[in-house]
Write a protein that binds this ligand. Structure first.
Ligand code: NDP
Length: 331
């Protein structure tokens, strides 16, 4: 049986941030009407915690999408010149299970995660927010800069990273690619103070963002700490913010940013205001005051991977792109 294989390069060519944001909005709207099935992800860590593989199956109804992402995460790979996220998204025919597509998951993850933050930013940040702080300089930092520019008039970017050379190099490249002034700074505090949008995009295991640095009216996308072993925000950053998550269940199960603040007594169980799908449908109000600090905690959802993968698959079929392989037994 015929299966379409779609490479990383083709994903990048076929999936723009704008397309991906639109696909996520549709999938989140389906979730809001109860038309999505996505169990919590299953993660198997190596015993030395150097790497893990995660499985994220899901189903989206109307139009139906059925599939799963399998992704290996090796946080220190960047130091070895290798990507930290590697894997595939598979799409099955939702009517009979036929394996329709195998798609590079590194690119899907890169683009869909930034698209989710961009969507949250569009729904939560102040309209005029134009000063952006990026903590981290990896794949997500690059993608966030690209995607956030589609939803807010970014005019100033500050970037900090654990390795100062990486911040310098990122700033140089980002100026070249994005045509914006990007400033590498020596501390996270210098990046964050006075920033209207702050993105935490690191594999840090202890906080890199302190709540006391956040200005009134700021919006934060907290992206890096997507399993319990990682934490980027101190308790005050969570306590000072009006908190939204992509998934309440994932937040309570996997977010050390949230659980740490809870355990330290800085917040209680009622601190979470709502989920991204509720912001998309407008059933829960986002920002209600220009001085509020808003926080979007991203853990990553199967529906995001599947919605993005389906877009790429549809475009590949329409343009006759990708490589056809025979995998299943002929009948
Ligand atoms: P990369 O490997 O490309 O970059 C990692 C970044 O994290 C680098 O800037 C690195 O800094 C920094 N970093 C690594 N370890 C530490 C540490 N101990 N303290 C401070 N900074 C550190 O990863 P990505 O950009 O792809 O992903 C960034 C984070 O986002 C990861 O934690 C990843 O798991 C998470 N993620 C979350 C998703 C979600 O859906 N919420 C989806 C995809 C990723 P430097 O190299 O300069 O030292």
């Amino acid at each position: 049986m015929d299966t379409l294989v779609i490479s990383a390069a083709l994903v990048r060519e076929l999936l723009s941030p704008e397309d991906c944001i639109e696909a996520l909005e549709a999938a989140l709207t389906a979730a809001a009407r109860g038309d999505v099935v996505q169990p919590l992800r299953a993660v198997a860590w190596r015993p030395d915690a150097q790497g893990a593989v995660a499985g994220m199956p899901g189903y989206i109804g109307e139009p139906a999408v059925l599939g799963a992402k399998v992704i290996a995460v090796f946080p220190d790979n960047r130091q070895r010149g290798k990507p930290s996220h590697q894997g595939i998204v598979v799409l099955h025919d939702p009517t009979d299970g036929r394996l329709m597509a195998i798609i590079d998951a590194g690119e899907i993850t890169a683009i869909r995660t930034a698209a989710a933050s961009a969507l949250a930013t569009r729904l939560l940040a102040r309209e005029d927010a134009s000063v952006l702080a990026l903590l981290g300089t990896g794949v997500q930092a690059k993608e966030h800069l690209r995607a956030l520019r589609t939803v807010r008039p970014i005019r100033e970017v500050r970037v900090w990273s654990r390795t100062p050379d990486h911040a310098q190099e990122f700033a140089r490249r980002a100026e070249e690619v994005e045509g914006l002034r990007v400033l590498a700074v020596s501390t996270a505090e210098r990046a964050v103070r006075g920033a209207e949008i702050v993105c935490t995009l690191t594999a840090a295991r202890s906080p890199v963002l302190r709540g006391e640095w956040l200005m009134q009216g700021a919006h934060v996308n907290a992206v890096g700490a997507s399993t319990r072993a990682f934490r980027e925000l101190d308790a005050q950053a969570v306590a000072r913010s009006r908190l939204f998550a992509d998934s309440a269940a994932s937040l309570r199960a996997e977010s050390a940013d949230y659980l740490g603040a809870l355990e330290e007594g800085a917040i209680d169980g009622a601190h979470l205001i709502g989920e991204l799908e509720e912001l998309v449908t407008g059933s829960v109000p986002g920002r209600t005051d220009p001085a509020q600090i808003t926080l979007f905690k991203s853990l990553g959802l199967a529906l995001e991977d599947l919605a993005a993968a389906q877009r790429v698959f549809d475009a590949s079929v329409a343009q006759g792109r990708g490589v056809h392989v025979e995998i299943g037994a002929p009948h």
